[in-house]
Design a protein around this ligand. Structure first.
Ligand code: ADP
Ligand code: MG
Length: 238
């Protein structure tokens, strides 16, 4: 199980407040999209949940445990970002093995997980290649595979498809949605593409200038946008 709670979470950089009093409940197994214009605070919010960015105020709970001061490595959260960040000198197999090697898993377990993950993401035939011998879509599938090797309770994506061409982006959306169904874990997905959010998410969080403007299902947001801003962003007729 993994639910995520944010209570009055704030973030300041120097004297600038980039997130103000964020209250948010994400339930186990939900697929949540964070949307909003560039600079609205989506990545910062995601990075705080992942433990890559300290919280300036408020409380962050994962499964009712206060994690404000828990290191990223100890939160067992999988993360995939826009730039693939695979280790260039390692093969796909070694890239996949890496998180489990760091966690000191047994060799047999690592081999089993590589087999399962590679088949899930259809990269079995690429295991002995280096990242530079892969296409953009293949690299992104390996990056997703690496992030799920430790079977994270929560999975964070920050605009993972924005470097891919349109056709591949559509394929990867389908693949990520399938992965969510198979793993049944909590996924938080940052995107500035409202089509992605509307088609993939159970719940959408609209951010504007460091505040949550509205939270709701795609249906809610489309039919009952809380403001002109949300309507404009979602492309609602209102
Ligand atoms: P988004 O992902 O929605 O584009 P970000 O979370 O990246 O937005 O940024 C939110 C705000 O915080 C922006 O105004 C950005 O300039 C600022 N910001 C982000 N990271 C830093 C940082 N390391 N230092 C100072 N300001 C930052
Ligand atoms: Mg961002």
């Amino acid at each position: 199980m993994a639910d995520v709670r944010l209570q009055s979470v704030r973030k300041v950089y120097g004297t600038i407040e980039v997130l103000r009093n964020i209250d948010l409940k994400i339930d186990h197994g939900e697929f949540v999209a964070f949307v909003g214009p560039s600079g609205s605070g989506k990545s910062t919010l995601l990075r705080m949940i992942g433990g890559l960015e300290p919280i300036s105020g408020g409380r962050l709970l994962i499964d009712n445990e206060l994690v404000n001061d828990i290191d990223a490595a100890d939160r067992n959260i999988g993360m995939v970002f826009q730039s693939y960040a695979l280790y260039p000198h390692m093969t796909v197999r070694e890239n996949l093995a890496f998180p489990l090697r760091m966690a000191k898993a047994a060799r047999g377990e690592i081999a089993t997980r590589i087999g399962e993950t590679a088949s899930l993401l259809q990269v079995d035939h690429l295991l002995d290649r280096k990242p530079r011998q892969l296409s953009g879509g293949q690299r992104q599938r390996v990056a997703i595979g690496r992030a799920i090797m430790r079977e994270p309770k929560v999975f964070l994506f920050d605009e993972p498809l924005s470097n891919l061409d349109t056709e591949l982006r559509v394929q990867m959306r389908v693949q990520i949605a399938k992965l969510h169904k198979q793993l049944g874990n909590t996924m938080i997905y940052v995107t500035h593409d409202q089509v992605e959010a509307m088609t993939m998410a159970d719940k959408i969080v609209v951010l504007k200038d460091g505040n949550i403007e509205q939270v709701g299902s795609p249906h809610d947001l489309y039919h009952n946008p809380a403001s002109r801003f949300v309507a404009g962003f979602i492309g609602s007729p209102k």
